[in-house]
Design a protein around this ligand. Structure first.
Ligand code: TUI
Length: 315
């Protein structure tokens, strides 16, 4: 049996598994490895300037002939130029986060780029569907990084019921059990970030991989609720200081400044105490560094076994 959903046809991929486009983490090396393995690899552009993204896109094109994507973080000051670059380079898929990409949809669709925004609510999902996007990623608060209010289990079926385009579930996925659960909720695929951070091809600092591999079930916390930009990160010296200042009533402005530059500090420089180690709650299940292809085969093999077991009535 092949787990081949309509999403696979839409994206031109073998398996319905997207790799989250994580800022400072998802470089061309990781994205190309995931795409080569039959999933959809996604370069994470975060706050990076357009020259960096240009280099990454050309590297990804050298490393794979398969479709790949770019994630645009809509709070970035380089969004406009990065979107122009994506159009110029005819990147096959664009995912967006932390905002509403509506105004870019006509131009992207005009050149055949598939547009897939991340949404954290039903209302935004419906608005995006009306704007003509190709699919949605419904991302629950189990995810690492910038998150919304709802968790994956209530969010995904509500988004599925509210739109008539494919929905990809994100937040808390790790193995074949999760993929089958997402399909059961009506999603056509999953997006995973945290597990791919520990792919051998991922260029994130080794200290960060070490933190993820050691993490236990309650290791992540959400900071920044008072700033309106809640972020899930692994607990460390920075989060303890941040939480203390939040309790003491620090202004959103001070807290935003406290967080500035911290993601790069962790992911690139490897400062796992003072940097922001964004990771999802599922980090506790990540136990080893392994090639992206093995991760994908583990998920697909596991999902086939689960489906077989359920079909035989072995609950
Ligand atoms: O974008 C993400 N996750 C991210 S982006 C990021 S980079 C960063 N760096 C420093 C500080 C903060 C972030 C790290 N993690 N996920 C996609 C996502 N989008 N999750 C939630 C949303 C979202 C939230 C509200 C999307 C739209 C939205 O509303 C927009 C509107 O206009 O209604």
């Amino acid at each position: 049996m092949r787990i081949n959903t309509k999403l696979c046809t839409l994206l031109g991929v073998e398996y319905p598994i997207l790799q989250g486009g994580m800022a400072w983490v998802s470089t061309a090396e990781l994205a190309a490895a995931v795409s080569e393995a039959g999933g959809l690899g996604i370069i994470g552009s975060g706050h990076a300037p357009t020259e960096w993204l240009e280099e990454q896109i050309s590297k990804a094109k050298r490393l794979t002939n398969k479709p790949f994507g770019v994630n645009i973080m809509l709070m970035s000051p380089f969004t406009e130029q990065n979107m122009q670059l994506i159009i110029q380079e005819r990147v096959p898929v664009v995912t967006t986060g932390a905002g509403n990409p509506g105004k870019y949809v006509p131009a992207l669709k005009g050149i055949g780029t598939k547009v897939i925004p991340v949404v954290a609510s039903v209302a935004l999902g419906q608005r995006m569907a009306r704007a003509g996007v190709d699919a949605l990623i419904a991302e629950g608060g189990e995810s690492g990084g910038h998150i919304g209010e709802l968790h994956t289990m209530p969010l995904v079926p509500q988004v599925v019921d509210a739109v008539d385009i494919p929905v990809i579930a994100a937040g808390g996925f790790f193995d074949g059990r999760g993929l089958v659960a997402a399909l059961a909720l009506g999603a056509q695929g999953i997006q995973m970030g945290t597990r791919f951070m520990c792919a051998s091809e991922c260029t994130v600092h080794d200290n960060v991989k070490g933190v993820i591999i050691k993490a236990k079930d309650r290791e992540t916390v959400v900071t920044g609720r008072t700033t309106g930009h809640p972020v899930r990160v692994v607990r460390n010296k920075l989060t303890r200081h941040f939480e203390e200042r939040e309790r003491q009533g620090a202004s959103p402005d001070e807290l935003e400044k406290l967080g500035a530059g911290r993601l790069r500090m962790a992911m690139v420089e490897g400062d796992i105490q003072q940097g922001s180690v964004m990771a999802g709650q599922i980090c506790a299940m990540v136990k080893k560094i392994e090639p992206a292809a093995d991760i994908i085969q583990d998920i697909i093999g596991g999902a086939e076994q689960v489906i077989g077991r359920l079909a035989r009535g072995e609950f």
